[in-house]
Ligand binder design. Structure first.
Ligand SMILES: Cc1cc2nc3c(=O)[nH]c(=O)nc-3n(C[C@H](O)[C@H](O)[C@H](O)COP(=O)(O)O)c2cc1C
Length: 359
């Protein structure tokens, strides 16, 4: 038995499972493993090449696309963060679009363009991306962690939504709405828009729940960090099996609201401001462009990025370990293909059990 959904049909994939993007790190091996196992692989937005991989962000993205397409015949895509902080964002979108257009194998296999953490209009308004969208089957999805952001994504003409609840790892929205309510809100308002549920998914029961809530697939970050195939350091992976769901905390930083594993670094970060405080802060910055404030912001960004990379390279004390509450339901590090097989089989079992309740 296989699980066929609007998302598996849209992309021509075997399983309704996606790896969530986890920039600024490289997740090319992970994307390959997911695509090879019949899911939808995702290349992360590797903006900060602190490990010397590539200094130019567009070159890093092109290199990632080429690497993945050379190593799998499966289906995959890429994430571009469209926040105002990403100064070369438009260049990245047009550069990626042109690069995909020029390679027939990429045109066939790179079908998922995911924007996040910024405007959902940036990709569809880009001329090169428009050409790519016309010429290929590529679909544009936007990560929407609140209903009003889903509204904006739908208004931007997205082909689908990634709806991420507050349980998830890494960057979160100020609204702090849990996935259960958020999925139902989006289901009520946009029942016909293809949707990938994200944040807190790690098991077959989770996939079955997401499908029952009207989603066509799940995207997982933390579950795939703790896989044999991911590029994350062994120390990072090893945090997951013994961890409890309550071992993450929400803190603030230059990148906004972040869910971290609770360690020395995370505890040193400030508590999350309210959205109103953050807006007032940004307004003050725009109104009185103060060099000191901008320098401070740049310094904070640099420190956060440095801490994230320290974790990626194994420093579990001073590193910023981005991770989600689903670590509380993952007990071992397995290969991506075993993870996907187990999740699909368990989801089938859960769905078959649930259908017995229907008389
Ligand atoms: C290490 C890490 C890095 C992340 N980086 C990004 C990113 O660059 N872009 C993005 O849209 N989301 C990013 N996220 C969020 C994930 O895409 C996803 O929403 C989250 O992992 C889902 O929750 P889960 O960890 O419970 O599966 C990141 C998450 C983690 C754990």
């Amino acid at each position: 038995m296989t699980i066929k959904t609007n998302i598996t049909e849209m992309f021509g994939i075997k399983h309704p499972i996606v790896n969530a993007p986890m920039g600024p790190f490289r997740t090319t091996e992970l994307a390959i493993a997911v695509a090879e196992a019949g899911g939808l692989g995702t290349i992360s937005h590797t903006t900060v090449s602190m490990d010397g991989y590539e200094k130019n962000n567009l070159e890093a993205l092109k290199k990632n696309l080429d690497y993945v397409v050379e190593h799998t015949d499966g289906i995959f895509g890429f994430n571009i963060i469209t926040s105002r902080n990403i100064v070369d964002c438009d260049n990245l979108i047009s550069g990626a679009a042109k690069h995909i257009m020029a390679n027939p194998k990429l045109r066939e296999q790179c079908l998922y363009a995911l924007s996040s953490a910024g405007s959902s209009r940036r990709m569809p308004e880009n001329k090169e991306f428009q050409k790519l969208r016309k010429a290929t089957e590529i679909k544009h999805f936007h990560v929407s962690p609140a209903l009003w952001l889903a509204d904006k994504s739908v208004a931007s003409g997205c082909d689908g939504l990634v709806i991420t609840g507050f349980e998830g790892g890494g960057h979160q929205s100020y609204e702090k709405v849990g996935g259960m309510v958020l999925q139902q809100q989006v289901q009520q308002k946009y029942p016909d828009i293809p949707r990938i549920a994200c944040g807190g998914y790690a098991t077959g029961a989770g996939l079955a729940a997401a499908l029952s809530l009207g989603a066509g697939a799940i995207a997982m970050g933390s579950r795939f960090i703790a896989s044999k195939d991911s590029e994350f350091h062994e120390n990072y992976k090893n945090v997951v099996p013994p961890a409890k769901a309550q071992d993450t905390i929400i803190r603030t930083g230059a990148l906004g609201t972040i869910r971290y594993w609770r360690n020395k670094f995370a505890l040193s970060k400030g508590l999350v401001k309210t959205k109103e405080e953050k807006i007032a802060e940004e307004k003050a910055l725009t109104d009185h462009r103060s060099a000191i404030t901008e320098d401070e912001l740049a310094e904070e960004l640099r420190k956060d990025a440095k801490a994230a990379f320290a974790a990626y390279q194994g420093d579990m004390e001073n590193g910023g370990v981005l991770i989600g509450q689903s670590i509380g339901i993952v007990n071992k590090i397995e290969s991506v293909s075993d993870i996907i097989d187990t999740i699909v089989k368990d989801a089938e079992k859960s769905l078959k059990t649930a259908i017995k309740y229907v008389q």
